[in-house]
Design a protein around this ligand. Structure first.
Ligand code: ADP
Ligand code: MG
Length: 608
């Protein structure tokens, strides 16, 4: 068994995370790097035009006042400036497109993982949080990986520009340079601390956020609309959401207060910085060791220096912090699956298949309750097994284990005598046609919902599946037939099917897939018992000699099954053919007689 995700959380270094990002960018779009390179050059060079030009202009104005020289400087400065602006604008546009594209690639990675990871993770709150954080890492163009990309675009330009200022000020006076550097470093350190604080509270924030988002979605998801109205849930939902939103705001306010303090300190530092240096420059001019032109140049350089150094350092800090987001993203991608996914024993070819549970115990992740303890059950090749029992007996859990969505805590499940973990997971999934208890329709067309193919589906097979599932007439009655959209989320003309119709569509899905092992987990709850009996009966004929498991808390499926397993509290309390169990006069017989009364009444009502 894999360790839980929390313990796996790796702390990777900034460089490690940065390389992770760069490596992926390199594999998707190498042009990104030359775009960054050219932009850096223009970005670094442009501001110096307006550091140097005024110096020459002023010195000339106070000296020889040559007209051609003055005009020449102005024209050169304007041309250089215009060129730099033109290319910068072009490169920014080009880079923006590239950034979106790269983010889409990362999002794609994440979605792929979400669909392929072990199913058990989908209920693990720590994994759910980690998805939420991975999502934040890739979804915002200004934060997380998007933020790193933004900064990468500027950082080399900042660095070169910063070094230019360092040189100029060093020439003026190394002590002034040192003074400025220390001043900016103090500010930088404080800002960094505030940002770290922000990040540290992010886990907490993301939990509240997830809850609030869930509630928000529930409020506007009309699947819940009926219950919300009838049970008067409005108030409760609002209060719950407000509670989590308040928590979010509290954290945001806390962080904001920290940032505000830093900016106050920064203002004081700025006054000290510029004040002292100006006094020094003025003194040098009066002393006669600095021309007015040079005074202007140094003043411009000094006031820009701090902001460039600050920008540069903050960019580094920003990259550092956002690389931590990349760390979350990688944590999610590396959410550990049980290491059996790609085991490669070939799926046996002798059909129908035989399944065996051998002494399995099982409890859900993050739960101490054993659903099964040392349960054994054999399903013979081609056998039709009915599993019956009241709600909560463990029937659906058994399906999840047989289909390998979960793994037993101990014991093993065998397919034709081979532990199912030895097969490649995908190949194993392929064997099954399952209709799950909660039927999920996608916002695709009817045909896509049944075949899960966009176009390349087999029409005859599809028609036969909907005919046999008893939903063909309904589909034919729709304007667009098989091309009707299901649900209204993406298509306002989409159709909502009734519960019973959805179940029939799900049956058609199972029939179309034509899996070698059939499992129906109470797919007929929305049908009345008689219709259910008829459905099972005809379904049973369709699947021929394939191995099948029919689950129901009603007993209409049991008559034509070879064997009945009666579950109670995770144990098989009665096992045998329908007739045997009736003769046993135990729990099954009691339940059957109770329900049989109902069937007889129905039958009579029909015949009358
Ligand atoms: P049945 O299908 O027979 O009605 P289930 O197999 O769905 O019963 O559930 C068996 C028991 O397992 C129930 O007590 C249920 O509360 C518990 N259970 C089901 N799913 C989970 C889960 N994801 N995590 C923890 N407990 C679960
Ligand atoms: Mg169930």
């Amino acid at each position: 068994m894999a360790v839980s995700n929390k313990e796996l959380r790796a702390k990777r270094g900034t460089i490690d995370n940065l390389l992770f990002i760069l490596r992926h960018i390199w594999s998707w779009d190498k042009g990104v790097f030359s775009t960054i390179g050219f932009h850096s050059i223009f970005m670094a060079a442009a501001p110096f035009i307006w550091v140097f030009a005024p110096k020459y202009l002023i010195d000339e104005l106070l000296g020889l006042k040559r007209f051609e020289f003055l005009v020449g400087i102005l024209i050169a400065a304007f041309l250089a400036s215009a060129t730099a602006n033109y290319f910068t604008a072009y490169l920014i546009g080009a880079y923006r497109m590239k950034m979106s594209n790269i983010r889409f690639h990362f999002i794609h990675m994440m979605n792929e993982k979400a669909m392929a990871m072990d199913f058990k993770h989908t209920e693990d709150p720590s994994v759910l949080n980690s998805i939420q954080q991975a999502w934040r890492t890739v979804h915002n163009p200004y934060n997380g990986i998007g933020g790193v990309l933004q900064k990468l675009f500027n950082i080399f330009g900042s660095l070169i520009g910063f070094l230019g200022y360092v040189t100029i000020i060093f020439i003026l006076n190394p002590i002034i340079l040192a003074y400025l550097v220390v001043n900016v470093l103090i500010n930088y350190y404080l800002t960094l601390r505030a940002k770290e604080y922000e990040r540290n509270r992010k886990d907490e924030l993301s939990q509240h956020e997830r809850k609030s988002i869930y509630l928000g979605r529930t409020m506007s998801d009309f699947q819940y609309g009926k219950d919300i109205r009838i049970y008067g849930l409005k108030q409760m939902l609002m209060e719950k959401k407000e509670h989590f939103d308040r928590k979010r705001l509290e954290i945001a306010e806390d962080v904001q207060a920290k940032l505000f303090k830093v900016s106050l300190v920064d203002s004081v530092l700025l006054l000290l910085r510029e004040g002292i240096v100006y006094v020094y420059l003025v003194y040098r001019v009066i002393e006669g060791s600095l021309s007015i032109g040079n005074f202007t140049m140094y003043a411009a350089a000094i006031s820009s220096f701090a902001s460039w150094m600050n920008t540069f350092l903050l960019d580094i800090a920003f990259i550092k912090v956002n690389c931590q987001y990349a760390n979350d993203f990688r944590d999610f991608l590396e959410t550990e699956d049980d290491d059996t996914k790609k085991d490669t024993t070939d799926i046996p070819t002798d059909k129908p298949y035989q399944l065996e549970l051998r002494g399995i115990s099982f409890k859900y992740p993050n739960s101490e309750n054993y659903i099964f303890k040392n349960l054994s059950l054999k399903i013979k090749a081609g056998e039709k097994l009915a599993i019956v029992g009241i709600n909560g007996a463990g029937k659906t859990t058994l399906v999840k284990l047989l289909t390998r969505l979960y793994q037993p805590t101990s014991g093993e499940i065998l397919l034709n005598g081979v532990n199912i973990l030895e097969f490649d997971e995908k190949a194993y999934f392929k064997l099954f046609s399952v209709v799950f208890q909660e039927i999920k329709m996608f916002a695709f067309t009817v045909a896509e919902n049944i075949t899960f193919r966009e176009r390349a589906y087999e029409m005859t097979r599809l028609i036969s599946a909907i005919e046999r599932a008893g939903i063909k007439d309904k589909i034919d009655s729709l304007d667009k037939g098989l091309n009707t959209s299901v649900l209204k989320v993406l298509d306002q003309y989409g159709t909502e099917f009734s519960g019973g119709e959805n179940q029939k569509l799900a049956l058609a899905r199972a029939l179309y897939k034509n899996g070698e092992i059939i499992i129906l987990d109470e797919p007929t709850a929305a049908l009345d018992p008689l219709a259910e009996y008829n459905m099972y009966n005809s379904f049973n004929e369709m699947i021929g000699n394939r191995t099948a498991i029919y689950i129901s808390h009603r007993l209409s499926s049991t008559r034509f099954c070879d064997t009945v397993a009666f579950f109670e509290g995770g144990k098989i309390v009665e096992y045998g053919s329908h007739e045997e169990l009736i003769r046993l006069k135990g729990k099954y017989a009691e339940m059957f007689n109770l329900q049989a009364q109902y069937y007889r009444d129905q039958q009579l009502a029909k015949e009358a």
